[in-house]
Design a protein around this ligand. Structure first.
Ligand code: ZN
Length: 100
């Protein structure tokens, strides 16, 4: 898709606002430097629980149990102990087939 210009950041921000306005909780602008648009907010207390700038995690406020450290509300996702941000580098993900 090098024949079309990149989507303007303002369009991404507007799309995110529309999605949030319709009740979605985990919507991100992605692939742009937009700390507000890259941040995960707790759907229970509205505190920022994961603050990101692109792939960099600037603040992390979710317990190992996947709950907001401010209010204890569940944050959708899968969690494990978080030591430090891995930054803007690729990490290998091992995908295993599951049997039904
Ligand atoms: Zn919360």
């Amino acid at each position: 898709m090098t024949d079309v210009p990149a989507t303007p950041a303002a369009t991404l921000t507007r799309a995110r606002a529309i999605a949030l306005g319709h009740g979605l909780h985990y919507v991100y602008t992605g692939n742009v430097h937009d700390t507000e648009g890259d941040t995960t907010f707790c759907p229970h207390c509205a505190n920022a629980v994961i603050v990101r700038d692109w792939y960099n995690i600037l603040n992390y406020r979710i317990g190992d149990d996947g709950r907001c450290r401010e209010c204890g509300g569940a944050i959708a996702g899968r969690y494990q102990h978080f030591d430090k941000a891995f930054g803007a580098r690729r990490i290998p993900v091992r995908m295993a087939a599951t049997s039904a």
